[in-house]
Design a protein around this ligand. Sequence first.
Ligand code: PLP
Length: 420
Amino acid sequence: MNTARPTPALAGAADPAVDWARVRADFPLLTRQVHGKPLVYLDSANTGQKPAVVIDTVDDFYRRHNANVSRAVHALGSEATEAYEAARGKLARHLNVRADEMVLTSGTTFAINLVAYAWALPRLKPGDAILLTRMEHHANIVPWQLIAERAGAVIRVAEITPDGALDLDALHAAMTPEVKLLGVTHVSNVLGTVNPVRGICREARRRGIVTVVDGSQAVPHMAVDIAAIGCDFYAFTGHKMCGPTGTGGLWGRREHLQAMPPFLGGGEMIRQVRFEGTVFNDPPHRFEAGTPNIAGHIGLGAAVDYLDALGMDRVAEREADLLAHLTQAMQQVEGLRIFGTAPHKASVVSFLVEGAHAHDLATLLDLEGVAVRSGHHCAHPLMQYFGVPATCRASVAFYNTHDEIEAFVAALRKVRRLLG
Ligand code: PLP
């Protein structure tokens, strides 16, 4: 197995500062041009770019080790299984939880659906309520609607304040005895708001409410300690944290995972199958039916190594610096409105320019080499709150540069003139 794990460019043992230019050089895609201009990639909240070590790890797996996991006794089968399980262990350590409580999934969407169908559906009764917040991604709304309809339960919504923070008083007041489950995002993919999930989960737990935290936009940007958060389930996606697409996981408290029936049936998730009945495997394998994304998760393990070597606190510090620059520079652009100005934010600025449609802005920015996302960001209820059909979103990662922010804002001014 490829064990080459280039340590991200630390300036030297005595000086733990990071050479961010060298870190950027770890990401091959960032050197390319788009429409004849240097690429300025400001869409990492959508999907993150991958360092060479992740690409090489996936490549190495297919070239030298490719086999199915947990089935074959031959050497390749053992190597593949070992590397796949090692990736689970790395993720668990990275997030401070036990490996046998870490279900590997195709991402957050699958992870939340797993909780919805295997934990919630068998338990919810007519009259029960599922509490969500206004700022949830559709992946943390639609599965609950599907389940609520089948169980006769209702969805309740905790509102936000105009700056895009959660209204914590309203959230706590909404935690009434009918509420059996709370779904809350750790970081909003539209507003960038970092929610105080530790305190929220403590309040929910005191009231016997099971908590599902959507960590998709948190794990790429900060050190996440799931044990300290004290939630019941934590879902995340690998492709936003330097890993391959189709990877991610669900952490669940042991007692929940053990009490949950399988979500999907098939190979791998069983101990013994007879036509009279099947004995299921223990968690986490009970929830991993069929051949998983082996290469992808091994690649995700390499991404975790990469981020660990960099240090998530350094990543958070670097991104806070970039975000402050980005926000301040955008505020100077005439007619630009920022959505989400809560005091505690991560890496995302949603915006509109007076008189311009989000898609027109994004299309013209693309011609300048700048990649930003435009649309509803899978957050229709949030768009509804702000009374707009869509916004543009610029999102930064540690591999972006201050020069790119200047180039983006210059392009924004140019585009604004063209549209004005
Ligand atoms: N939740 C949030 C906050 C997200 O930003 C995303 C992806 O954009 C998701 C859930 C869904 O993640 P995936 O499509 O990887 O399952």
